[in-house]
Write a protein that binds this ligand. Sequence first.
Ligand code: NAD
Length: 281
Amino acid sequence: MKIIDGRELARQIREKLKLRIEALGVQPRLAVVLAGDDYASQVYVRNKRKAAEETGMVCEVHHLSAEASFDELAALVDGLNRNPSVHGIIIQMPLPLHLNNNEALRLIDEAKDVDGFGIRNAGLLMQNQVEAVVPATPKGVLVMLKSTGVNLAGKHAVIIGRSNIVGRPLACLLLNQDCTVTVTHTLTENIENIARQADILVAACGCPKLVKESWIKEGAVVIDVGINRVDGRLCGDVDFDEAAAKAAFLSPVPGGVGPMTIAMLLENTCEACEKQLRERK
Ligand code: NAD
């Protein structure tokens, strides 16, 4: 079994981005909107900011209180949309419960939607249009899959989870790579049997160690997107030790999809900046 080292892949991507930014002569600027005091969100934002700055970008964090109204959020995002020095905008999820996630995402100018969660980018991805901004986590998963050298065309890919940020966009992305895609979810019957048919198995459901040895086909490529904290320790949606007995390639948690997600967000921000500079000429 070979480990897919997301940390190393992400490091290489960030090194390339650094050179690209130096050549650009403009520092891409990412604005992160954070509402409330969710601890995990604060950690994620801190990590994104650190990675952005190390790569030569500017990352500004706009912190709204947990009680902020939708109008306050809208005014903040509107200002960022209009500011030509801001190239990318993300709203850190989850928002406080009184704010609607989908309505909030619709506030972001599609050209600055570097998370790719807006309706236009989702539609472009669904239609396999190259200009789609692809959400960072599925984009990172695809880079990891390609790093194995396994030919994706015609392979059966099974995805566990159908969220708008991972499962659904990944299904489109893999279909666009000519995989045969099955998307499973909480109501899927015989999920273990379906998973066992997968040449490529991606777990993105938030259930600690759900995927056991019996779920995996001999020689499969297994990507673990899950980030779960159990007894203070991080683990994925795949039982790593069990999966290692069957998989040909396996991504660990931590050190797998997590660092790739951040690298892809930075890549999306750099690409948005380049595009905006080209269009202003
Ligand atoms: P979500 O809760 O929005 O969606 C979970 C999906 O999994 C749902 O579609 C649900 O139907 C499905 N599901 C849940 N339990 C299931 C089960 N027992 N069997 C089959 N399907 C099941 O979660 P999300 O935002 O997509 O995140 C999924 C996991 O990935 C979480 O652990 C999250 O922390 C992690 N995540 C990691 C990264 C990263 O950068 N590594 C990024 C995003 C999410």
